[in-house]
Design a protein around this ligand. Sequence first.
Ligand code: NAD
Length: 497
Amino acid sequence: MSDITEIGHFVGGRTVAGTSGNTSPVYNPATGQQTGAVALASVEELDAAVAVANAAFQEWRSSSVAKRTEAMFNLRNLVKQNASELAAKITAEHGKVHSDAMGEVARGLENIEFACNIGEMLKGSHSNQVSTGVDVTTIRRPLGVVAGITPFNFPAMVPLWMIPNALGCGNAFILKPSEKDPTSAMFLAELIHEAGFPDGVFNLVNGDKTAVDAILRHPDIKAVSFVGSTPIAQYIHRTASEHGKRVQALGGAKNHMLVLPDADIGLAADAAVSAAFGSAGERCMAISVVVAVGDAADPLVDAIAERTRALTIGDGMDPASEMGPLVTREARDRVESYIAAGADAGATVVLDGRDTGFDGDGYFLGCTLLDDVTPDMTVYQDEVFGPLLGVVRVPTFDDAIKLLEDNPYGNGTAIFTRDGGAARQFTEEAPVGMVGVNVPIPVPVAYHSFGGWKDSIFSDTAMYGPEGVRFYTKPQALTTRWPDPASSSVDLGFPTN
Ligand code: NAD
């Protein structure tokens, strides 16, 4: 009897088996064992899901805001009640520690809570008596069937950046999660169904490039939200745009954390360690470069090294673990190759993650700290996406800003300082979408919006929050003229003055 779970799709309010005959293996990264086989949809299966979504949209678009809000409140409660189980499903396929997965669920929940208030966001606007007897009202209408294509690193939270606003605005949704860890999204699909969203309003189609390409080209899909790596984000943006769709495509990152000489070094080191090595560095807002300005460098590197040595690495379901494995063997091998490349290029290896011996077949790697990293090194230039922190030493604040300006990415950045003037100058000059002051991972709360700049985003709107509502609706301007009742030829049957 096989221990491998078949993972199908969720269409029309129920789980359905894949019919393409193609599957992709899903692993538990802590053991290296295959635990699942996820169906990879054919074009025909994707088409069938879109047809179901489109039929559901025809009713959902005119459902009352009260009905949508009630389902959203139910979903909020269900996700909260099932948070630990959802987090365990994330850990089982992604590898991040359970407490971190609980944090992921909490950040996803924020987006459901934001959408519970969708009536406020959809109020539109009204201008009375713009001319005699003429009023103008702008109504925000849903788009139709919209799709989300999501990455492995936040398998529940990133779908929740999209789904609540899309459904709350009256759209129907097709989710194509990462094939590396699809089970938590399948669980979300069940919760969405249980919450009372009508069958077909939310659908999940598992798949790879075949399914993605079918989404990008399908005439009944009106908008595509994507989160993933920069090359794929560019491809999604270009292809979906060519097919007349709205697109928001968020890409990769290389986030710098500046530490000025006056900073609280202990605070900065704590922040650097949690932001660089949390979730094994597989976060788009992870800090991967610390920029040590002037005299900050020596004490900072010592403090980061000391804290990093104390981290406990192990199975994410073990409460003692502070960092889990990487998602796949390939991901681990890739990070190892960057450690070697950095050392060969002249970086000082303070801590080498390869030295930490692990038993078993899990995809574990220790934390790496490289000092004296320079911008010409591939370990500086590329998004490594693993537990590897590089330290670049610069003499001045202006040199640090220049690094940010020259970097192609602009997702997140942070400064650690006690100097309010320097912090303000930093927020004015940093060419980055999300900026933290003494906060290492400045992910905005759900009632703001999330989005980087430069090669970290290909879209006109950021994701979730007010920008998400704007993305998932189109304005309809209604101009009405009603004659003065006194001049009406129709007898209204009541006094007109
Ligand atoms: P990825 O780009 O490999 O995959 C993302 C999605 O695209 C998946 O659903 C995948 O199936 C699909 N995909 C992959 N290759 C494709 C192809 N050739 N054609 C069509 N579809 C394809 O990203 P990933 O490895 O799953 O996630 C990690 C990346 O995501 C990192 O670069 C990270 O920075 C980025 N990320 C960015 C943000 C952000 O908000 N900017 C958030 C999370 C993750």
